[in-house]
Design a binder for this molecule. Structure first.
Ligand code: ATP
Ligand code: MG
Length: 482
């Protein structure tokens, strides 16, 4: 059996080019690592050549012939092309030295071994040669052993490695999370010692690694290491600030950091949606800011959902996450995250469910997933009881949704209908009447239909002293001119 699937045509191609060019060339990095770990089959192959990566890529492209698209990155000395459904990246072997103020190294041509030494982890430095094609792993730093033992270790001294390029600290934690590997002790200490160096890394790169941690199967692994090494405090202080327990009069509250991580891990079992996962991270973010001890009652966090939602834009801006509808979505989920739970604790009234459905709209299912993940307690009985009530809320939601179709709610009577009917111009009456109709529907006083809403509108208008000028049979759209 071929460890590296070298029977694929691409390897024959690369091997022939290496021979022709008389250049030593190797497959290195993620492809080698993931094949050995038998992880999902990878579609990207990194090739390192002792020579020019760009020239090598040109020769590969020439051999493939027509229709091949090559992207050259002259500044980095790399080139990329697609072949046979795979993404190939070529780079010249190099040795590097770093300046203190930047993660951009001074680069010189080097040998394979010099190149392997500048890689971040021994398990990412594994390589095999393309000509003659040979699946023996070239492993000068003990990466195979580390792969076997599940250890992340730097090829050179960890302090040097992390200080040279502090992004590697984030990468270490990201790989530890994705692969369930342990960061070797000296390395972990070096991350703590060098944590301040993270400041020279661009926020975009930090966010990229953070999102990869969040998309892993169990993101809490990464967040715990970020916290313990002191990196979290630097890159995402609001989250680090969730940690801690206060005790007053013998009463303690939950540690909101570990609670948040548990909610996140729970949620990850039901969704791969990055932004839904972010809403778990942020759902209690305002708990430290709203925390109060009320004598005779205990700890409260009144309004943390509201304040939390208001903190979301600033956090997204600082972390360089997108400031678009994704942010709005997270904001909405943070704002509403208590609502289904409140429902599950009391007698579930139709109108409360209707209101929730109306406010959550198309995100109701995601909100329910978040909320369900938020049911955590050391007391198993309590969790069971809450979950059972929660099921009732879900059933009720479904019933009412089928009956009232509030998920994509549009007012059955439009502002235009009101103006035409009473012969009035835009003004505050229209807003008042629309709000009254909406409330009546949500309270279940009238059904969500044109006929009933129209009759209700007539009465409401009359209360405001308006006189019906023209009776409508069906709604005319808001967009129609008067
Ligand atoms: P994945 O693609 O799953 O994130 P990967 O190992 O392929 O994993 P890449 O970021 O694609 O990671 O990088 C490819 C290879 O380049 C790595 O395996 C590693 O050898 C090297 N590398 C990437 N970034 C760094 C870095 N900051 N410092 C040192 N070596 C790095
Ligand atoms: Mg890669």
């Amino acid at each position: 059996m071929s460890k590296f699937n070298t029977h694929q045509p691409v390897f024959n191609l690369l091997s022939e080019v290496a021979q022709q060019q008389q250049t030593r060339a190797f497959v290195i990095g993620g492809y080698v690592r993931d094949c050995l770990l038998k992880r999902d089959f990878r579609k990207d192959i990194d090739v390192v050549v002792e020579g020019s990566g760009i020239d090598f890529a040109k020769a590969v492209a020439a051999k493939i012939g027509k229709d091949v698209q090559v992207a050259y990155f002259k500044n980095f000395g790399t080139a990329m092309l697609k072949y046979d459904g795979l993404e190939l990246e070529f780079v010249g072997a190099r040795k590097e030295s770093y300046q203190r103020e930047s993660r951009k190294p001074i680069v010189e041509n080097g040998t394979l071994e010099e190149d392997q030494a500048r890689r971040d982890f021994t398990i990412n430095a594994l390589a095999f040669e393309l000509f003659p094609l040979n699946e023996d792993v070239i492993d000068p730093f003990g990466g195979l052993q580390d792969l076997e033992n599940g250890i992340l270790r730097t090829p050179l001294a960890p302090d040097q490695t992390y200080s040279d390029d502090p992004l590697r600290m984030m990468r270490a934690i990201r790989f530890a999370t994705q692969l369930h590997f342990t960061i070797e002790a000296e390395s972990l200490n070096a991350i703590s010692r060098n944590r301040e160096r993270i400041k020279i890394v661009s926020q975009e790169r930090i966010a990229e690694e953070l999102n990869k941690i969040i998309l892993a199967e169990k993101p809490s692994i990464g967040f715990k290491i970020l916290f313990e090494t002191g990196l979290l405090e630097l890159i995402f202080p609001e989250m680090a600030n969730l940690q801690g327990v206060d005790v007053v009069q013998g009463k303690a509250h939950k540690d909101n950091f570990f609670h948040t991580l548990q909610v996140l891990d729970n949620l990850c079992q039901t969704t791969n949606n990055l932004w839904l996962r972010w809403s778990a991270i942020l759902h209690d973010i305002a708990k430290p800011a709203t925390k109060k001890f009320e004598p005779g009652h205990g700890w409260t966090f009144h309004g943390h959902e509201d304040k939390g939602a208001r903190m979301v834009p600033e956090i997204f801006r600082k972390l360089k996450l997108p400031l678009n509808d994704k942010m709005k979505y997270v904001q909405k989920l943070v704002l509403l995250h208590l609502r289904p739970i409140v429902l599950s604790k009391e007698e579930v009234s139709d109108s409360a469910v209707r209101r929730l459905l109306f406010e959550a709209g198309e995100d109701i299912d995601d909100l329910m997933l978040l909320c369900q993940a938020d049911i955590t307690s050391k007391n198993k009985e309590k969790v069971k009881r809450y979950l059972a009530n929660f099921e009732l809320v879900k059933i009720k939601l479904k019933e009412i949704e089928e009956k009232d179709r509030l998920r994509y709610w549009q007012p059955p009577v439009s502002g235009n209908d009101i103006m035409v009917s009473f012969g009035i111009k835009p003004g505050k009456e229209i807003g008042l009447i629309k709000a009254a109709i909406r409330e009546a529907i949500l309270d279940g006083i009238i059904p969500n239909e044109f006929g009933a809403a129209y009759a209700f509108m007539v009465t409401e208008g009359e209360k405001l002293g308006l006189v019906l000028q023209r009776r409508l049979e069906t709604s005319i759209s808001d967009s129609e001119p008067l």
